[in-house]
Design a protein around this ligand. Structure first.
Ligand code: ADP
Ligand code: MG
Length: 701
């Protein structure tokens, strides 16, 4: 049987004994030759350049010098001691310093011998010094496999301490190439290589580890990035195709009375182009044999609710029931009210099921669900309890999925029936490129347009010292009949400090805005649901002018008359949260405002966040910035997608390569779904190999 030599343990490599192999495995996760081959430098240093000591600058940069050691002495005592060498060239002297491994250095270092040294210089008391330099005699330097650009490999502190320097790693990789050069298997097809003008795998691997020039390195990196992203996309696209083939769905063939009557007589506005486009995509899905699994992204206020309702009506037209789930009671209530109002006198039965629904009413809902009299059930987590069984569930709409577990696991539908179609709606836009790789196995619809007539929300940054003028502004807006949100950060429900801030803020606002001229509501997570609803209702009905709240109002709350959003300690919020909060205003015809209150001391990161908020209201732009600031690790779904374990590509910086990778993967699978054509032989082999490692294949077949 063919055994892949790349599965060979690295301890077989010359220069890597069992101890070092163990260290490399523990510290860098390198156990096989294949791991080593794919262990890419994270940067390169141009070592064609030599510095003179007199030209050194206090920049902490890594530099290379040639010179000799002219003196060696130990400074300090016992554990605090260090070895200091005087290193000189024809322009001056500097110090080399060792805190560890002193004995070995002392024994091996030769005085008056030319060395090439390399490392980070620091400046201290008018002298430059370089701690733990990498060094090599000029003679050895000339002999070793050198390229103009020196790779710098990822490393760890432990490796440094145990003497496995970058130079040592380079030598190990060098050994791999002495054994294997030119023998690495090609992993892409000729077709792809020609189409995208890619260099071969062998050439790319060599150039990425031992670049001969900037140009060759760039080509090598491009080829390896495209390959890496291509195989991730191939997995995702393939998974999606398999799912569509395997998971049958209920076919909604008809568009009937529910939909048509509503569209003709009840729809209070005309749909935007984007809404129509998305609705078409959904209709196509539910009209096919496969189960729909669609993610609907649309910025705050882009009108996702109506899309959900129209989709629900198609389900009703085909005799199916619909579940709509929201992350909070407030939101579920709001959806319920909005949908009941939109439906008007239409003969659709809609109920609300949340934690606060009493047992008796609950029982009625359960009954009507099972006998099919109830058409649409709107609610919170309560919907996925075991007791909730639909007679004929055809569609599940999940609003704001980032707050939600997976509904697919729920037992809402009967065992022997087909699973319902699933529509997940989110107002937290994920940059398109990331969505492609994270949710590559879902279908994605985007509403990229707001309903007409929306005014841009004016956003400003104000400091605590300007609070009085902010109060003044609030008074002016309230005098015009508007309402105001004041939101406090609540990082954790249990954080007493945050509550204190909130209560202090509530008190000072109550003092500044006294009754009977002003009414102030308060809303936070520690309140009983009934109290929350009451306070919220007071605000919704315009009986209070100011709502002091925590982020419980973040998602979805809709009070068109509220036109001012004040966010306290805005620097404590993440970008997407700020964007969500701002989206609570700007829902009516009036000019809306968002005021970000911050302290003067701001981190760079916080400055960027607040500046972004002031400069743009485009959710996708905000999402891109957010992703850059936080990295993809914090985005939902990234853990499973493999985008975090990329070896060479960067999900953010390489988004254009990602697009190419995706189209290429789609194109190949469209023409050759099983990768059985001879020309795709390399791809099939590599794909199977990757799957064996990552187990994705096992999951889908
Ligand atoms: P979101 O996408 O944030 O859930 P909503 O569905 O709550 O947004 O819609 C926000 C507001 O915009 C609602 O008051 C809704 O009635 C209104 N709306 C939605 N679509 C349109 C449209 N095509 N034209 C005018 N107003 C619309
Ligand atoms: Mg919504």
């Amino acid at each position: 049987m063919y055994t892949n030599p790349l599965h060979t343990k690295i301890s077989y490599l010359k220069g890597v004994g069992p101890a070092r192999a163990d260290l490399l495995r523990k510290e860098l996760g390198l156990s096989t030759l294949g791991d080593l081959m794919n262990f890419f430098p994270n940067r390169y240093i141009d070592r064609t350049q030599f510095y003179k000591i007199k030209d050194l600058q206090d920049t902490q940069a890594e530099v290379q010098l040639v010179g000799q050691i002219t003196g060696l002495h130990t400074v300090g005592q016992k554990r605090g001691s260090r070895l200091v060498a005087t290193f000189s060239d024809d322009t001056g002297s500097m110090e080399l310093v060792w805190f560890r491994g002193v004995k070995w250095i002392k024994e091996n270092l030769k005085l008056q011998t030319p060395y090439v040294i390399f490392g980070k210089v620091s400046h201290f008391k008018n002298t430059f010094s370089m701690p733990h330099p990498e060094m090599e005699s000029v003679a050895a330097y000339k002999k070793s496999l050198q390229s103009a650009l020196q790779p710098v490999y990822p490393s760890t502190e432990v490796l440094g301490k145990r003497g496995v320097s970058n130079r040592v790693i380079q030598k190990i990789v060098q050994q791999l190439f002495i054994d294997f050069k030119g023998k690495f298997k090609e992993t892409l097809s000729n077709e792809i290589m020609q189409e995208h003008n890619l260099i071969s795998k062998n050439e790319a691997l060599f150039q990425v580890h031992f670049p001969e020039s900037q140009e060759k390195l760039a080509k090598a990196r491009y080829r390896l990035k495209l390959e890496e992203l291509f195989y991730i996309q191939l997995q995702l696209v393939r998974k999606n195709l398999v799912r569509k083939k395997k998971i049958k769905g209920n076919i909604f063939e008809n568009v009937g009375d529910f939909f048509n009557t509503f569209y003709k007589d009840h729809l209070p506005f005309s749909l935007t182009k984007a809404q129509k486009k998305v609705l078409k995509e959904i209709r196509k899905d539910v009209g096919s044999h496969a189960q729909m699994n669609r993610l609907l992204q649309g910025d705050v206020g882009s009108g996702k609710t109506i899309v959900a309702l129209l989709s629900a009506l198609i389900a009703l037209d085909n005799g199916y029931q619909v579940a709509i789930m929201a992350p909070t009671e407030i939101l579920a209530n709001q959806h319920f009210n909005a949908i009941v109002e939109l439906l008007g006198d239409m003969p659709a039965n809609v109920s609300l099921l949340t934690g606060s629904v009493k047992t008796k009413a609950r029982r009625v809902i359960h009954e009507n669900l099972e006998n099919g009299q109830l058409h649409i059930l709107i609610g919170t987590h309560a919907l996925i309890e075991d007791k909730v069984r639909f007679k004929n569930l055809g569609l599940v709409v999940i609003d704001e999925q980032h707050r939600f577990g997976v509904a697919q696991r729920a037992k809402m539908w009967k065992k022997n029936t087909l699973p319902p179609h699933i529509l997940v709606m989110t107002a937290t836009p994920i940059p398109r490129t990331l969505a492609m790789s994270v949710y590559g196995d879902l279908d994605i619809s985007i509403i990229d347009e707001l309903p007409p007539g929306r005014k841009e929300i004016k956003t400003a940054l104000r400091y605590d010292t300007q609070r009085l003028s902010v109060f003044q502004f609030m008074k002016e807006e309230i005098a015009k009949g508007r309402q105001v949100y004041v939101v406090y950060p609540l990082i954790e429900e249990s954080d007493a400090f945050d509550y204190k801030d909130l209560m202090d803020g509530y008190e000072s606002i109550s003092r500044e805005f006294p009754r009977p001229n002003y009414q102030v509501s308060i809303l936070h997570g520690r309140m009983k649901p009934a109290d929350k609803d009451y306070e919220m209702q007071q605000f919704v009905e315009g009986k209070t002018q100011i709502l002091v709240a925590t982020t419980v109002i973040e998602v979805g709350v809709n009070v068109p008359n509220a036109s001012v959003m004040i966010i306290e300690s805005a620097e404590k919020f993440g970008l997407s949260q700020l964007h969500q909060l701002r989206g609570r205003v700007g829902r009516g015809a009036d000019q809306s405002f968002c005021i970000l209150m911050a302290s003067h001391k701001l981190s760079d990161n916080a400055k960027t966040r607040l500046k972004t908020m002031v400069e743009t209201s485009d959710g996708f732009v905000i999402a891109e910035v957010d992703l850059k600031l936080r990295g993809p690790g914090n985005l939902m779904g990234t853990q499973q997608s493999g985008v975090l374990n990329l070896k060479i590509a960067d999900i953010i910086k390489d988004s254009s390569i990602l697009k190419i990778a995706r189209y290429t993967a789609q194109d190949i699978l469209r023409k050759d779904p099983n990768l059985s054509l001879p020309k795709n032989k390399n791809i099939l082999q590599t794909f199977v190999e990757i799957d064996r490692r990552t187990g994705v294949w096992a999951n889908i077949s």
